[in-house]
Design a protein around this ligand. Structure first.
Ligand SMILES: [Zn+2]
Ligand SMILES: [Zn+2]
Length: 363
């Protein structure tokens, strides 16, 4: 393909004349020659050089005269403007472009962290304010209160030795077999056979070429038209076959036993509980309790095949502050025994939770 050369354009920076032909070396309006600042560009309409003329272009960039600054054709040994020799000059059109670009590179931006900080201050203050409010509302507070009630509860689990029926693959000690049968215990994966399987394999096929045109700046007032071809592919599929194993699940049988066995089972929970005082206020839970000042363990009255299991106990103190708000705290029996009704107590609370009583932490 013959190289196609297009004439570029340039603007005169001295008189403002625009769109001067790239091969016109001096401005037709003010006669100022092309110089280091001259930059060629493509016009809307492509002006192709004829074949004969095209042969003379695209061979080298114009050089800059070091003495008068004007631009000269690659082939010229002397400056057409001042006659200076080419050997005494260095630098050409492309070097001028590189210098131009280096000069245009933006200087590194000075850091401006202070401006950003200023913008963030309101947000930081708002977050701190929210944290402060949460801290203020939920902070532990000391309260002067009075003991208004105390309750206790004790519970004993009762277990019974009884015969139960169970099923398993083996019989534990003491088990009496009542039945046995064959049953599926598990499944085993077994290779059954092989099968041919069809599958699709993708592959790329050249579909054609996409072309686009580019213009390369020759630096001599012209541009070379370059046709680029980019291969375009499409995906096709071919069918292939492979052998794959096919498995089946085979049941594994075993003997499943039914047997009777004696075990301790939870039977019931016996409870005892009470309040030390007749309730004074409706809000106090002890209204549900009988007045039983001294905690005791419930009488479990065990039957012949019964025994005692786990024990649980709970001791609760109730306090009221001068505003009538009631707090309750689960405490150890020791702490519980230490307090009497109408006794003044300093408690530390967080929300409705009691943290400590008279400076002693409760868990
Ligand atoms: Zn001009
Ligand atoms: Zn010159």
């Amino acid at each position: 393909m013959a190289k196609k050369i297009v004439e570029g354009l340039w603007d005169c920076p001295y008189c403002g004349q625009k769109g001067i032909g790239g091969l016109v070396k001096s401005c037709p309006n003010c006669a100022h020659p092309q110089d280091a600042g001259t930059k060629f560009y493509l016009g809307e309409k492509k002006d192709y050089l004829d074949e004969e003329k095209a042969k003379d272009y695209g061979k080298g960039a114009d050089w800059t005269c070091a003495f008068c600054g004007s631009m000269n054709r690659y082939g010229n040994a002397n400056c057409v403007n001042c006659g200076a020799q080419r050997e005494d000059s260095s630098g050409d059109y492309f070097e001028n472009r590189r210098k131009e670009q280096a000069a245009q590179a933006p200087p590194p931006k000075p850091p401006q962290p202070q401006k950003r900080k200023k913008k963030r201050w309101p947000l930081i203050l708002a977050i701190l304010a929210v944290i402060a409010v949460i801290f203020f509302v939920t902070r532990p507070k000391d309260k002067a209160t009075t003991v208004v009630d105390k309750t206790w509860q004790r519970a004993v689990d009762v277990e019974v030795y009884t015969t139960v029926q169970e099923e398993d693959w083996s019989v534990p000690d003491g088990g009496r077999i009542t039945d046995s049968r064959r049953a599926i215990r598990t499944y085993e994966q077994v290779l059954d056979h092989y099968e041919e399987e069809e599958y699709e394999v993708p592959y790329d096929v050249l579909d054609g070429y996409d072309t686009y045109t580019d213009y390369e700046d020759n630096g001599d007032g012209t541009f070379t038209e370059v046709e680029h071809e980019v291969p375009r592919y499409r995906t096709e599929y071919r069918t292939e076959y492979r052998t794959v194993p096919v498995y089946r699940q085979d049941p594994i049988y075993d003997t499943l036993y039914t047997y009777d066995i004696e075990k301790w089972l939870h039977s019931r929970t016996d409870r005892a509980g009470g309040s030390c005082y007749e309730p004074r206020s409706e809000s106090v839970r002890s209204g549900d309790w009988s007045v039983e000042a001294e905690p005791y363990w419930p009488d479990t009255r065990l039957g012949g095949n019964e025994r005692e299991g786990a024990r649980e106990e709970e001791y609760i103190l109730y306090f009221t502050d001068d505003k009538g708000k009631t707090y309750s705290a689960r405490v150890t029996e020791d702490v519980w025994n230490r307090y009497k009704r109408d006794q003044g107590v300093e408690i530390e609370v967080q929300g409705s939770r009691v943290l400590s009583i008279d400076g002693v932490k409760i868990s």
